[in-house]
Design a protein around this ligand. Sequence first.
Ligand code: NBP
Length: 509
Amino acid sequence: MATEKLADIGLIGLAVMGENLALNIADHGFRVAVYNRTTQVMKDFIAANPDTPGGLVGCATLPELLAAIKKPRKIIILVKAGPAVDAVTRQLMDDGLEKDDLVIDCGNSLWTDTIRREKDYAGHCRFFGSGVSGGEIGARFGPSLMPGGDAQAWQHLEPIWKAIAAKVDPETGKAIETAKPGQPVVGGIPCTAYIGENGAGHYVKMIHNGIEYIDMQLISEAYFLMRNLLGAAPDQLAQTFARWNEGDLDSYLIEITADILKQRDPQKPDSFLVDHILDTAQQKGTGKWTSVNALDMGIPANAIAEAVFARNLSALKDERVEASKQLVGPEYSYSGNREELIDSVRDALYCSKICAYAQGFQLMRAAESEYKWKFDFASIAAIWRGGCIIRAHFLQKITDAYRREPRLLNLLLDPYFKEQIQKTQSRWRSVVAIAAQAGIAVPAFMSALAYYDGYRSAQLPANLLQAQRDYFGAHTYERTDQPRGRLFHLDWPAPDRPELAIANSGKSD
Ligand code: NBP
């Protein structure tokens, strides 16, 4: 094949994400060779897209795909996350992949798999992981891309990644929409940046998804409170969310919530679709991965985990229906000012959201030392400003916070966010109190508030807890009047005889 006809990049896996990403890449003038295990899918795709600026090359086999791409080859894999990624990579190796070729896994792979794969395939290819966020529309018109792997390999990928990523306005930090979907954006800052080595890109994508879980849960709780306490109709709430979308809460998820709430049911046009959707949430697992990782690293990402548990609780529909007939809650009717409650719910949502993001960034900080990565937090926040599901005006504020202080200990300690919570926390507290009085479950609002109050407490009840551990298991304790790390144990119960406390320099779990 003549060199000028060779493709710039290959792509394996033409399901929702693969097809859309291939078209996005081709829209930007790159020639894309495509392969799918089920050949008919590839044929239909090529037939449906005869004229793209860069051109698509259909390949029926992997050897054909390898022969169709310029060397060193760049090959995107967008197959189901898990064993299929290894199966495809090994098949490529058997079919002639070379050690300088770059295999880019763009699926939602577990970051530890990416770390393992980079090691396993070293010497056979350069294995690279890239998080892709924005779903189908993002893949097609501009996703947020979180690439991780060998820094030199990134240089080969960078021009394509920067071309296809969503773009934000350098002045406002807002995503740039083109007049026509698919029309390439001229100028703007691309929503992609090198994240770090091996699994760093997939790790950051996982955190993005964990934050997405809590963002969605918080919005749903806000809706639920206003629906139940005020009896507000979905279209009235749509207006509320649309109004919120013009302020600090301006974000994709708030915007689509307004759209969803005003949607009438096509089958029963005198009612709203949201009222006919069964209240059981499904999940694919990235929120759970984030929560498990938080537990593994000992980081209090309780609001993120709560969002996963809230989905789990929602899934127990039959049990809940039965329990609702047996378990009693309070009698409550809201008699306050409607507008005041709406503003309070908005503030509760905003404060809880700050805590949720604080937890996500705190997790990434911990992962840096666990995995020897060095994150640029301002850059991570910046590439989430456009393209991805959590894109929001708010992310410009987080970008600013980490630009002010790149090693910020916790987002809550940034002067801007400190002031925001200071200004709005009383209404957040009143919403949580009203929800408790009314017996309305708002676990994400409540756990975010518990995180805020716990994080700002110099004193927690863990002194008593540690004493209990020493009592039943001789686990030792530290003293407030002694240097940290010096451990003590008492033979409980003991009379007031300090000599019975034994200083113990050894470590104990
Ligand atoms: P799916 O996750 O549904 O995977 C389907 C694709 O994988 C098809 O092309 C299928 O080929 C191929 N495949 C499978 Br399954 N096993 C294979 C194997 N052993 N060898 C070769 N090909 C195999 O596709 P998707 O929804 O487009 O998602 C792709 C990746 O992107 C996933 O990791 C997903 O988690 C991630 N992601 C998805 C979204 C989203 O919104 N959907 C967003 C962000 C990331 P076939 O046609 O022959 O069955």
